[in-house]
Design a protein around this ligand. Structure first.
Ligand code: CAA
Length: 380
């Protein structure tokens, strides 16, 4: 399949794979178990240009394409899915909307620090009563002279604990539901802006997932991102790209399951022979590989469509739906191949299993991806 990739994309993929294997892999499990944010690794990723792969050099980006960026997320997630989502949420959910919808002043002010990794970004859409129904946002933004006053609370913000810059969606006209939401850029230090509960989770524990509390947060009028009442569309367009980041993260987890299972099945002897001699194991490996390759094609196709600036919402939803379900299935099979050892912390497959689950949930559950796909099919 790599015949579809250009020489430049393959070089980037190899460089990231080397960085991930040598630098990220050795501390991935320990960081994850200890809920430790890999600050030093993120700094080094920034120095390598990995925090702003797909953005122009004039703003401090690496000037490559989105295919390259999604390849990088897969290679990183192969060894650490937490690091994968830290970079994906930062790039897809924060750098991307600022680049696409920001004013020139906003781009000049925020992108150089974000694209170099000097600052971390976080995206706040979800609320207690607004998960899949993202339009049900209750956080409010009220204009007072030259300032917006924000009040409310947000949930499940990836990077919430460490981020410096937040994209936040608030209601500016509650009578209009999805057509009455607006996006804002909020700096961490703004008075009234607080990090609330940091979630304790099943997996991806190196990445923080936090509550954001807003109490009379005053921000200049110029911090509005995009047009007034366009926040839902800003979010949906942003999430189309974010879903490909998560699909790529899921591909990385699936690849880890396959590679580790192949190695283990050749080393593990039972009944005087490697378990890889058993057809039951061979069929699991074959099915894992076929499903991973099928998911990879969907991710590549949607990524190419994004690079070509085509409408790719359905294709992104399909890629995330497939890749996340493949990651979960590969993780389940990997633990089965490892047997009792797979259930222990002595091997990485238990981490892959815990990490895989969230890919079926965040940035739109599998049910929401099916809804997006079906609505598009029926509208065509
Ligand atoms: N691109 C552009 N516009 C879009 C769009 C897209 N992908 N999807 C919808 N829109 C537009 C529609 O065309 C419509 O426009 P008009 O107002 O002009 O008619 C408008 O947005 C409203 O669309 P819908 O009527 O389809 O809205 P809905 O209320 O039925 O919701 C939904 C649609 C697909 C269910 C949406 O709410 C959704 O995606 N929900 C899931 C939310 C989600 O993914 N949350 C994850 C949060 S981020 C996260 O996980 C945290 C993290 O940090 C990782």
């Amino acid at each position: 399949m790599d015949f579809l990739l250009t020489e430049e994309q393959l070089m980037l993929k190899d460089m990231v794979a080397k960085f991930a294997k040598e630098r990220i892999a050795p501390e991935a499990s320990e960081n994850e178990r200890n809920h430790r944010f890999p600050a030093e690794i993120i700094k080094e990723a920034g120095e390598l240009g990995l925090m702003g792969i797909a953005y122009p050099s004039e703003y401090g980006g690496s000037g490559m394409d989105f295919v390259s960026y999604f390849l990088a997320i897969e290679e990183i997630s192969r060894y650490c899915a937490s690091t994968g989502v830290i970079i994906s949420a930062h790039s897809s959910l924060v750098c991307d909307p600022i680049f696409r919808f920001g004013t020139e002043e906003q781009k000049q002010r925020y992108l150089p620090d974000l694209l170099s990794g000097n600052k971390i970004g976080s995206f706040s859409l979800t609320e207690a009563g607004a998960g899949s129904d993202a339009g049900a946002t209750k956080t409010t933004a009220v204009l007072d002279g030259d300032e917006w006053i924000l009040n409310g609370s947000k949930l499940f913000a990836t990077n919430g604990k460490e981020a410096d810059v937040f994209i936040l969606i608030a209601s500016t006209d509650s009578s209009k539901k999805t057509r009455g939401l607006t996006a804002f850029i909020v700096d961490k230090e703004t008075p009234g802006y607080k990090i609330g509960k940091v979630e304790k989770k099943l997996g991806i524990k190196s990445s923080s997932t936090a509550e954001i509390i807003l109490e009379n947060v005053r921000i200049p009028k110029t911090q509005m991102l995009g047009d007034l009442n366009s926040g839902f569309k800003v979010s949906m367009v942003t999430l189309d790209g974010g879903r490909l980041g998560i699909a790529s993260q899921a591909l990385g987890i699936a690849k880890a399951c396959i590679e580790d299972s192949i190695k283990y099945s050749k080393e593990r002897f039972q009944f005087d022979q490697p378990i890889s001699n058993n057809q039951a194991i061979q069929w699991m490996l074959a099915d894992m590989w076929v499903e991973y390759e099928a998911a990879r094609l969907l991710v590549y196709r949607a990524s190419i469509m994004k690079d070509r600036k085509m409408v790719y919402s359905k294709e992104a939803a399909a890629a995330k739906l497939k890749a996340s379900e493949v990651a979960m299935d590969c993780a389940r099979k990997a633990i089965q191949i490892f047997g009792g050892y797979g259930y222990t912390e002595d091997f990485n497959v238990e981490r892959y299993y815990r990490d895989a689950k969230i890919t079926e949930i965040y940035e739109g559950t599998s049910e929401i991806q099916r809804l997006v796909i079906a609505r598009t099919l029926l509208a065509d």
